[in-house]
Ligand binder design. Structure first.
Ligand code: FES
Length: 78
């Protein structure tokens, strides 16, 4: 199954150094942009993102990025 677009733009999140975030790659999670185990009906797996510093990052919402889990601008071409 192809990943479903959750939102046609990224999710801005303030991440904390040392914390790991599980990015939803299937697009089905109700807790975007993070995994809520909805992928279990798909072949997708969540992707871990380990924050190395406190900063704002943009997690991909369209699920078509080529730089998972972060937005690479692909959403603007969909
Ligand atoms: S939201 Fe997916 S590439 Fe930007």
């Amino acid at each position: 199954m192809k990943a479903k677009t959750a939102k046609n733009s990224p999710y801005a999140v303030e991440v904390e150094a040392g914390k790991t975030y599980q990015w939803c790659s299937c697009g089905l999670s109700k807790n975007q942009p993070f995994c809520d185990d909805s992928h279990q009906v798909t072949e997708c797996e969540p992707l871990d993102y380990m924050a190395t510093e406190n900063k704002k990052v943009f997690f991909c919402g369209c699920k078509q990025t080529h730089q998972s889990p972060l937005c690479d601008g692909t959403h603007s071409k969909l």
